[in-house]
Design a protein around this ligand. Sequence first.
Ligand code: AMP
Length: 305
Amino acid sequence: MSSLLVTGSIALDTVETPSGKAENQLGGSATYFSLAGSILNPVRLVGVVGEDFPKEYTNLLAKSPIDLQGIEVRKGSKTFRWHGRYSEDMNNRTTISVALNVLGEHGPKIPDKFKDSQHIFLANSDPALQLEFLDQLTSPKLIVCDTMDLWIEHNRQNLLEVLQRVDGVVLNDSESRLLTGETNILTAAQIVCQLGPKFVVIKKGEHGAMLFSEGAIFLLPAYPTQKVVDPTGAGDSFAGGFMGYLASVDQTDFQAQAQALVYGTIIASFTVESFSLDAISKIKRQDVDRRRMDFLKMIGTTLNV
Ligand code: AMP
């Protein structure tokens, strides 16, 4: 076990999928990450919410091994809100509205007792806030970040600075193309590594994920779940599983990263089975391990080839 710290958005989401509509639900990149990561390793969560943030959501997070002392409830401010709608096949998502609210203000302060954290994840948020955050850390061992199209297009300069200061980055295939201008994923990954990170994970939704690290590649399909209710937070949960595993074994080599990719894949497969955090907040390590064993059989790791 090692210390694992995350910062990013804590949100009130409204989500529409072919399965229905869920309004003002608990969401946010750091929230999904925390619940996912805390299945494998305790998580320290740092973020800001407004006065309107419901107490029941704080109580839900408090049931998992997540240290909430880094959540600031800012007086006079409102919580970040996001409203998204998925296409019939759930492969595409449109943002209907976004209200940055507190995310458009200055970033959170890291509590003194969290400053020595070793495994750091900068979940999706304004790269300017990600930079502010990095400046407060004293002894990071592994820093990984996420981002999205909005920041690649509108805050590229700060994002490039973030990339120079991290060890790894987790991106969607479309984000890697937007960032590099390359359509070929392999070339895009190589260019991302030239921007600073030592490794890059490219997520391809239902088609799985790829790890590019130390000049080597590891490929993984997605876990085939029949019950996709709401894909929101799959990427953040993937990152939570990935970082949670690395923190739990306190290793960062290629072998550990490949194992971490498996955990990320499995934990994300639970998230999509319900709206908001309903599924991910209920599962235990045993559920993850059981599904992981099934998955390893499916991808042929038991074949003697
Ligand atoms: P994902 O489906 O993994 O991309 O993550 C979805 C989560 O990201 C939702 O819960 C949103 O609240 C959050 N989100 C959406 N847009 C932003 C943004 N611009 N900055 C930070 N978080 C966001």
